[in-house]
Structure formats: structure tokens, C-alpha cells
Design a protein around this ligand. Structure first.
Ligand SMILES: Nc1ncnc2c1ncn2[C@@H]1O[C@H](COP(=O)(O)OP(=O)(O)OP(=O)(O)O)[C@@H](O)[C@H]1O
Ligand SMILES: [Mg+2]
Length: 322
């Protein structure tokens, strides 16, 4: 493996626990109690899923985030250690609880989420700067969860990203959904951030909401040449990569989606992994779609695929694809 392929990847953003409650056939009325089948705690957040996916692909993720000094924070550190992920960039905020997502899963796999930000209230650019010795060694810096980080919002992230880019790092940004409702100021700040992003990875709905459009084609046209590359995730319809001189689209794999949690994050990391190998764009998209399809079709507990497993999965579902 060349030195370049050995370089770590920084993931700066939202690491949290998800308490996943299923199956919710209806929500209780106020003062009512209902019984559900199961509940489990998981390492989660875009930063969490990206890190787990990266590790399984043989990359070395360096995570920068904040957790509380509580049982959920200990749980996250333990899970990171089990996966062999460096947690020295994860700071403890003693006064606040670890960020918690309460995820209610319906009978068709649909999800509703209530989030307590907790320690994410204190995830600042200064936290990232404190770990800059490790971040600066990374080939790519993945910014994520910024709509959930009030003190690392797209507006505050822009100057930070500009410094990363100026020193030659690849800046990757996945916006995720804006729980604030995509208000005009947030949209303007996010578009301004894209001026210093190399690789922008929204899903189709996020792209349309950000740009006030109704199709991915109009969305990427509205963004124009701000990032070098836009990769739009289109759920079962696959994904498309757009640069100033070409558009490459691939279809999703024909699988039954059982659990789509983190599919976009696995897609993102698989795409970055494929890009590092120097593969053609089409191959990168096909690989990332296959990795994400493998994840969404898993029943039971989650296991992240390595390259060989992605290829074996793709060969089973769509012979000749990856
Ligand atoms: N039903 C499906 N069938 C096949 N592939 C799927 C399906 N759903 C998702 N995928 C794959 O996962 C990728 C990412 O999914 P999606 O477009 O839903 O991203 P996302 O909304 O960012 O996900 P997330 O909710 O994890 O943030 C898609 O580009 C596709 O390759
Ligand atoms: Mg997403």
C-alpha cells in the first residue's frame, strides 16, 4: 500500500448514541403507555457510522467530537475501542450529557427521531483546532452533522474548511437533514461553505431543500461549480456524480431495504475509499451503491462490509457490476 493510501481520514462532527425503539405501530397519546418489542443502544451519528465504515474498509479514521462524562459517553468510547478507532479527538464535556438520538422505528422500517444535543452544544471549531496535529496528517477531512452542532454550524465551519483546503486536504461535506427547517440564512451559509468543499455528498431531498429546487439536476445547476464534485444519493434509485465537465449516474442495486439507518454514511465512506484507490467515477459510484445496498438489506445487528464483502455482495445481487 502506498503512503498516500495509508494516510488517516479525519471525521469532524456528530458522534452520538442512538436508543433505537421498535416496533412503533402508533405513538402514545399524552399520559398513555404502550409496550414495544425491543430497544437497543448503538454507536451512531454521521461521524460514528462513517468511522465504523472506514475502519472496516481498512482506513484509519480519526474522529473529532464531544461526549459527556456519563454512561453513554463511556459506551461510545468502548465501542470505538472495540472497532479499533482512535478516540483521542473525542473530548469529554463534564457538564453536559452525551448527545442522544431516540429513534422510533415503525413497521415498515420508517423512523422518527427525537434528539438531545447535550455535549454537541459544545462541539466548536476550537475543539477541532485542538486536535489539529492529528487532523493535519489526514488526506481527507470529512465534515458532518453541522446542522446539529450550533457552534460548528455551516457558517462557522466555512473558515475552518478554507484553512484545510488551503493546505491541500480534501474537504468532504455531508449536510444531512436540517432539523431547523432549511431557513434562508442556513441555506445561504451552507451554500457559502460549498465554495471551500471539494466533495459535497447530499441526498437528493437535502440538495433540493438547500437549493429550493425539485430535481437533482436543477439542484446541482443551482449550486454550480462551488465544490469540485457533487455526489447525490438517490436512495433506491442509486447515485450520481457531477463535476464541471461530466455527469455519471448509476442505478441502485435491486435489494429489499430492511434498515436504511446509516446507509448514506456507508455510501459516503465507500465512495471516498474508492476514490482513494484511483478508480473511475463509475466504479466508485457502483462500489458505494453496493456497500450501501449491503447495509440496507441486512436483517438483525449491523456489520459493515470490507471491500471483499462488498464485491461478493454485488456479485450475488447484480453479477458483473462491481
Ligand atoms: N432501497 C434501497 N435499495 C437499494 N439501495 C439503496 C436503497 N436505499 C438506499 N440505498 C443505497 O444507499 C445510498 C444512500 O441512501 P440514501 O440516498 O437514502 O442516503 P441518505 O438519505 O443520505 O441516507 P441516511 O439516512 O443514512 O443519511 C443510495 O445512494 C443507494 O446506493
Ligand atoms: Mg444522509
Amino acid at each position: 500500500m502506498s503512503d498516500e493510501l495509508e494516510r488517516p481520514i479525519a471525521i469532524v462532527g456528530n458522534l452520538n448514541v442512538d436508543q433505537i425503539v421498535s416496533t412503533v405501530t402508533r405513538f402514545p397519546e399524552w399520559d398513555e403507555e404502550l409496550i414495544v418489542q425491543s430497544s437497543r443502544l448503538e454507536l451512531a451519528g454521521t461521524a460514528g457510522y462513517l468511522a465504523l465504515a472506514a475502519r472496516r474498509l481498512g482506513l484509519r479514521p480519526f474522529v473529532v467530537s464531544t461526549v459527556g462524562a456519563d454512561a453513554n459517553g463511556d459506551f461510545l468510547r468502548r465501542e470505538l475501542a472495540v472497532a479499533g478507532i482512535d478516540d483521542t479527538g473525542v473530548e469529554t464535556i463534564p457538564e453536559l450529557p452525551t448527545c442522544l438520538g431516540m429513534v422510533f422505528v415503525g413497521d415498515r422500517g420508517q423512523r422518527g427521531i427525537l434528539t438531545v444535543l447535550g455535549a454537541h452544544e459544545r462541539m466548536t471549531v476550537a475543539v477541532a483546532e485542538r486536535h489539529d496535529a492529528a487532523v493535519s496528517a489526514c488526506a481527507e477531512v470529512f465534515l458532518c452533522g453541522n446542522f446539529l452542532l450550533p457552534r460548528f454550524s455551516p457558517r462557522l465551519a466555512a473558515a475552518y474548511a478554507r484553512r484545510l483546503r488551503a493546505r491541500g486536504q480534501v474537504v468532504v461535506f455531508d449536510p444531512s437533514w436540517d432539523p431547523g427547517g432549511w431557513c434562508p440564512d442556513t441555506r445561504a451559509d451552507t451554500l457559502a461553505l460549498l465554495d471551500v468543499v471539494n466533495l459535497f455528498m447530499p441526498n437528493e431531498e437535502e440538495l433540493c431543500r438547500l437549493t429550493g429546487t425539485t430535481t437533482w439536476r436543477d439542484g446541482v445547476a443551482a449550486i454550480g461549480p462551488r465544490p469540485d464534485e457533487i455526489v447525490v444519493k438517490r436512495g433506491a434509485r442509486g447515485a450520481v456524480s457531477v463535476t464541471s465537465d461530466r455527469v455519471v449516474a448509476v442505478a441502485g442495486l435491486p435489494v429489499e431495504a430492511v434498515n436504511t439507518t446509516g446507509a448514506g454514511d456507508v455510501f459516503d465512506m465507500s465512495y471516498v475509499y474508492a476514490r482513494r484507490q484511483g478508480w473511475e467515477t463509475r466504479q466508485c459510484l457502483e462500489f458505494a451503491c453496493a456497500a450501501a445496498a449491503c447495509i440496507v438489506s441486512q436483517t438483525g445487528s449491523r456489520t459493515y462490509p470490507d471491500e471483499r464483502e462488498v464485491r461478493a455482495f454485488a456479485a450475488r445481487i447484480s453479477p458483473g457490476l462491481v
